[in-house]
Ligand binder design. Structure first.
Ligand code: GDG
Length: 465
């Protein structure tokens, strides 16, 4: 069996017993790494001064080596905060208005990808299978190929791939497309993303599909497919079932004083549609004044990317928005929105999902959205809640029992809240069962195995050259 080499911006390090941190991706990829042995490489989270050499640390746990590279502050500013999070993230989420392209930052992005490649090459063995994750590292395969690496290399994009009209606003889109074609397998979250990717190739006459999962572009064939990421479904269901034991969940239930709970859980990111959700909740309260005191929205929103200006701006906006709605609609004994920036533990989160009659997942665009899946996995089979889901989340391609909304349509989302709250038990159970069966079958282990199986069979254009 070939060794697996995983590369991602950050590495989820295990605890002292070798157990991975909670989180579907970390658990599933660790399971694959434990089986085959291998390496997980990424940024250490540490920065050094411009003049100092950046360090490389290796930690060994059983058959897995964790290889952590430091970056300079300039690397971090240009590669991570700059090009990845202020250019690629907004453009891939169709927010051209928020993209701030600067050549220096782009140069830093390619420089860090070169650094990763230089550090990885000496560690590679000829049979290693390499799996690269996400938009931070698109050029990595091209950099490895330049250094003579002929191994199988796969790439998985966790965020959406935009349509050609949007992508072409990125000044270096041709390089990004060519670099992606250096992988043996390019994996996307949904068939829509895959279609967009092929559409970009077609638009520029660089290539096209030759069959469902093979693309011919820039003179060679490579595999491209949709691999919708899953969660640890059974584990979430188990956590949620015993979550009543967590004191925080009990306290929450008591403090609701009989009012129904709706929940939103998101990194504080402009792609998640948090303000649109608050607008819709307010519209619902305005239209249904008899619900005053009977409905509470818990919005869990840990801070994210606070070094990026657009994120600080949106944090301030969401805070002001919650304050405004609470001021206008709240009473001395009822706060309509409970807004929490604290990060909660998974057992508490699963308990809160289960307590909530409605899960509100309203991104303006999202690669998948794991919260939608976690909400479903956490429900009580005898009395499940209802998922209100944006049609612009990748999860909408799978979770067909949700109540779908367009987050830009505030009236529609407000009406969906009403519909979810009033939905009869038999309909809720039937919708939930369908989605839960799907999530049990298509969990994160399935995702990981499907990707790696297909990578092991992908056409190998580099071996021959
Ligand atoms: C990217 C793509 C794609 C949130 N708050 C807490 C907490 N969370 C956890 C959730 C969930 C995860 O964070 C968020 O996952 P999402 O999928 O919603 O979003 P991104 O971070 O944007 O992830 C996305 C994903 O990659 C995977 O491919 O689905 O589309 O953007 O797991 O539970 N977890 C805990 N406490 C919190 O307060 N423990």
């Amino acid at each position: 069996m070939s060794r697996l080499v995983v590369v991602s911006n950050r590495v989820p390090l295990p605890d002292e017993n070798g157990n991975p941190p909670p989180g579907g991706l970390a658990v599933a990829v660790h399971a694959a790494l434990r089986e085959s042995g291998g390496i997980w490489m990424g940024w250490s989270g540490k920065t050094t001064g411009e003049e100092e050499p950046t360090g490389l640390t290796t930690l060994e746990h059983g058959k897995i080596s964790y290889v952590l590279t430091d970056l300079t502050q300039a690397d971090l500013d240009e590669y991570y905060n700059g090009f990845a999070n202020r250019v690629l993230w907004p453009i891939f989420h169709c927010r051209l208005d928020l993209a701030e392209y600067a050549r220096q930052e782009m140069a830093g992005y390619f420089r860090v990808n070169r650094l990763f490649a230089e550090r990885l090459v000496p560690m590679l063995e000829p049979d290693d299978v390499i799996w690269v994750h996400d938009y931070h590292l698109i050029p990595l395969a091209a950099e490895l190929r330049k250094r003579g690496v002929k191994n199988r290399i796969g790439f998985f994009l966790h965020i959406p791939w935009p349509p050609a009209d949007i992508l072409t606003a990125l000044p270096v889109y041709e390089i990004i497309m060519r670099d992606l074609a250096e992988y043996d397998l390019a994996g996307f979250q949904t068939d829509y993303d895959l279609d967009n990717f092929v559409g970009c190739l077609r638009r520029e006459k660089w290539g096209d599909r030759t069959d469902k999962n093979t693309v011919h572009a820039f003179g060679h064939d490579f595999a491209a497919g949709a691999y919708p990421i899953g969660i640890e479904t059974a584990e979430f269901a188990r956590l949620a079932e015993k979550a009543g034991e967590a004191s925080m969940v009990g306290e929450m239930e008591q403090s609701l004083n009989g009012s129904a709970l709706m929940i939103g859980v998101d990194r504080l990111d402009y792609s998640k549609g948090i303000s649109h959700r608050i607008d819709a909740f307010e519209r619902y309260l305005t239209r249904n004044p008899e619900m005053a005191g009977k409905l509470t929205l818990l919005q869990v929103a840990p801070h994210s990317r606070s070094d990026v200006k657009e994120y600080l701006d949106m944090q301030a906006q969401v805070e002001a928005h919650c304050g405004r709605v609470n001021g206008a609609h709240g009473t001395i004994d009822w706060v309509p929105i409970r807004y929490v920036n604290q990060s909660l533990t998974r057992p508490v989160l699963s308990g809160l999902y289960r307590l909530a009659k409605v899960g509100l997942v309203t991104p303006l665009r999202d690669g998948m959205n794991l919260v939608a899946k976690e909400y479903i996995a956490s429900q009580d089979p005898e009395d499940p809640g209802v998922l209100v889901l944006s049609r612009f989340a990748g999860a909408a391609r799978e979770l067909d029992g949700a109540v779908f909304i367009n987050p830009y349509d505030t009236d529609q989302t407000a009406a969906a809240i009403g519909r979810a709250l009033e939905m009869p038990l038999d309909e809720r159970m039937a919708r939930w069962r369908r989605m839960m069966d799907h999530l049990l079958k298509n969990d994160v282990g399935h995702w990981c195995r499907s990707f790696l199986d297909d990578l092991s069979e992908a056409p190998l254009h580099h071996a021959a050259t």
